[in-house]
Design a protein around this ligand. Structure first.
Ligand code: FES
Length: 554
């Protein structure tokens, strides 16, 4: 009676207590997360499906992470959201859950929560915005922000023109419509088998987004009865499929960190080097910004992820079973590609195999680093230059506009202090804008190295996720301006041309930076965050706790 009575306050009739599955709808809707602002209406469609299939839906709010508004960076809070959703799933009497996400961090946070609680779950991402339009051309969210910023700094675009471009870039609800982190993680949720086939690409404004949501509502009721849990879906084979799909779609470098973190929750062995080894034979097929020219709406109409996965079938574990309960081979058997300009074939790929995200090793990054080759300038992938070092992104911004900055196009720009612990939260500043004087002379790219991340919508020859980060005493902390650095992407090395003895003596005089915050969640994060090559999760959140709440005697 105590459980039923208070729910009756919501006006439910007694049949909802007849033993039917109780389905949670975890909703990351928030007006502070513009990419997720339509998820209330998506939840309504999910509810229709749950009722139809004989379940009892109960929607509840979760923390939400808006990439564009949160400071110091939404990534600082990914683990907090994952922890919050995990505990909500465990603490409430749910038989299954539909996870509603959209903006960059909300999808991995919910997948991490689903992994650790291991409650039957289906993800429904909110879908991308419609294609951006400005002056008759397609413009991509994020990607064109960086482009227009460079044009503004170089004096080729006015402030008024930038303001006019803003609204054309965000024409509808939905997440970024480039192949940025949100689109990447939506596609990878599908590749992992946690979203219904085809779900990732339907635009947020398309009626079929709601058809997908309703279908997910119907399916979760069956899934709860079948007890098909995330740990049986997100297997090592699922992650291998996701890594190869990420290579084919030209996905975000952030996927590396998020997949490592999700796998860590499940005890699935996944190493940073897997991303290089598994992706190397896979060509880039999807022609989307920032690596290519189209946007998610085009990707959807061209056939979406099922068309990509069918084309990739020789590289995938086709017997993998996702939330549909069917094998991947069955799921994509009828998938067709309607536009080979957007989704290329294996015979004529957009970029040849081995041009996706590469993992670098060397004395500058003993724990590894990554570079997205498809978004870099080919002539800089092998480069030797002298370092110009900045201890923070703020320090760089202070001088980036100066005419006397000792820099030319061959300089290797280094920004440190931007790793998980150092910033804190590992912000997306790795593709920082070039020095103004070089932009004005027509330079469009330079080698940049940092322990930061890069927006999935970003581009440039940028080495990211250097581990260990400088704040914990990684070698990046000991580079000095004028040191020679060699980037050899084909050889997968990043070398600081300084002897071990010299590095040891520099280390001897080094003291770790003080944390910026001494209390609250930021302190917890600082004390427990893992390095980028381990997924930047909190060490005590690694692993699963299951769906059952421990029983206490009262
Ligand atoms: Fe939310 Fe890009 S800002 S997905």
């Amino acid at each position: 009676m105590i459980y039923r009575s208070w729910l009756r306050a919501e006006g439910f009739t007694p049949e909802v207590f007849d033993g039917r599955p109780v389905i949670g709808i975890a909703n990351s809707w928030s007006e502070l997360t513009p990419c997720n602002v339509h998820l209330r209406t998506v939840a309504d469609a999910v509810k229709r499906g749950v009722w139809q299939a004989g379940g009892f839906p109960l929607e509840f709010p979760t923390m939400s992470l808006g990439e564009s508004l949160m400071r110091p960076t939404a990534m600082l809070f990914r683990n907090l959201m994952a922890m919050e959703v995990e505990e909500l799933l465990r603490a409430n009497p749910l038989d299954g859950v539909v996870l509603l996400s959209g903006c960059d961090k909300t999808t991995p946070a919910m997948l991490m929560a689903a992994a650790s609680s291991d409650l039957p779950a289906i993800m429904v991402t909110g879908g991308p915005m419609l294609n951006g339009k400005f002056r008759g051309a397609d413009v991509g969210s994020g990607t064109h922000v960086w482009r227009f910023e460079q044009e503004l700094v170089a004096g080729r675009m006015t402030q008024e023109e930038c303001v006019a471009a803003e609204s054309g870039m965000a024409r509808s609800c939905g997440h970024c419509m480039t192949m940025g982190t949100a689109s990447t993680m939506a596609c990878l949720a599908e590749a992992l088998g946690m979203q219904l086939p085809g779900s990732a690409a339907w635009p947020a404004a398309d009626s079929r987004r709601y058809v997908t949501a309703q279908s997910a509502g119907r399916r979760i009721v069956e899934l709860a009865a079948e007890d098909l849990r995330p740990s049986r879906i997100m297997t090592r084979h699922a992650f291998e499929n996701a890594i190869r799909v990420n290579a084919a779609i030209g996905g975000s470098t952030n996927a590396v960190i998020h997949l490592l973190a999700i796998a860590g929750r499940l005890g699935v062995p996944l190493r940073l080097d897997d991303f290089d080894e598994l992706a190397r034979p896979v060509p880039t097929l999807v022609n989307l910004m920032p690596s290519g020219r189209y946007l998610m709406e085009d990707f959807c109409y061209a056939g979406g992820l099922p068309a990509v996965m069918r084309e990739l079938r020789d590289f995938l574990h086709n017997d993998h079973i996702g939330v549909t309960g069917r094998t991947l081979a069955e799921t994509v058997a009828d998938a067709e590609c309607w536009n080979r300009d957007v989704i290329a074939s294996l015979d004529a790929p957009l970029q040849s195999p081995g041009t996706g995200t590469a993992v670098l090793r060397g004395n500058l990054c003993p724990g590894g680093a990554v570079i997205k080759q498809s978004a870099a300038s080919p002539h800089l992938l092998k480069h030797r230059g002298q370092a110009l070092v900045f201890d923070s992104i703020e320090e760089y911004h202070e001088v980036a506009g100066r005419e006397d900055l000792p820099v030319d196009a061959s300089t290797v720009l280094i920004v440190r202090g931007a790793g998980p612990r150092g910033y804190p939260g590992m912000p997306e500043i790795g593709n920082f804008v070039l020095p103004r004087k070089l932009l004005q002379r027509g330079v469009t790219d330079m080698v940049r190295i940092s322990d930061a991340r890069m927006s999935g919508t970003g581009f440039g020859t940028v080495v990211l996720h250097v581990a260990p980060e400088s704040a914990v005493g990684g070698p990046l902390a000991f580079v000095r301006s004028g040191d020679w650095i060699e980037l050899d992407t084909p050889g997968r090395t990043l070398t600081l041309d300084v002897s071990d003895e010299e590095l040891a003596s520099r280390r001897a005089g080094w003291t770790p930076p003080q944390p910026r915050w001494s209390r609250g969640y930021a302190r917890l994060y600082h004390e427990h965050v893992l390095q980028a090559d381990q997924g930047a999760d909190l060490d005590f959140l690694v692993g699963a706790s299951g769906a059952e709440v421990p029983r206490h005697n009262h």
